[in-house]
Design a protein around this ligand. Sequence first.
Ligand SMILES: N[C@@H](CCC(=O)N[C@@H](CS)C(=O)NCC(=O)O)C(=O)O
Length: 210
Amino acid sequence: MKPVLYSYRRCPYAMRARMALRYAGIEVEIREISLKDKPRHILQCSPKGTVPVLVLHDGTVVDESLDIMEWALAQHDPDGWRRDIGLAMPLITENDGSFKRALDRYKYAVRFPEQPAETYRKEGERFLATLEARLSGHRYLLGDVLHQADVAIFPFVRQFSMVDADWFAASAYPALRSWLHGLVDSELFTGAMQKYPAWVESPEPGNQLA
Ligand SMILES: N[C@@H](CCC(=O)N[C@@H](CS)C(=O)NCC(=O)O)C(=O)O
């Protein structure tokens, strides 16, 4: 029996998990869910109700995207995505913390009217500038070989770039742009973005029509 991955195609956390699983060559049953109508089983496995959630055949539940990446890489990590984790972790932490916060405010600026969208964009740009500096000397964030950090971070930068594509195309981050385009065009990403119909949960035994 394959492990089950509850997923949502456009979720950046789910993207990083799906990419790590593909890279590690682990086949999973992807269950595409609606965030507005979550299946009972995902909530039974992980009451916090976020995707991605990986359920292993022995019932073990892994319900944080970075833990799913870690689990996948512990099974198989052919290119050493976990090297220099001491350098990678602060970047990933900043991505998931202050950058994600700025991204949400920039993307949904109408819901955060305290500041104009440009202010939130400027907050996010602090992280973009850090990435640009790293990418100016290397193809990827930790050198010339793809790393867990690239895969963990780029789905969020992709979202940021799409809020105002014209602004991003003219922005002061050329190395970041070519890094992003390379990852978006990669087989690893396109393969992980395959479309699945929404997973339909079978009815609870008690609710079944006779
Ligand atoms: N820290 C979690 C965050 C996951 C997360 O927030 N996912 C979003 C979708 S992108 C979600 O499921 N939100 C719940 C909802 O919208 O109901 C992780 O890394 O897995």
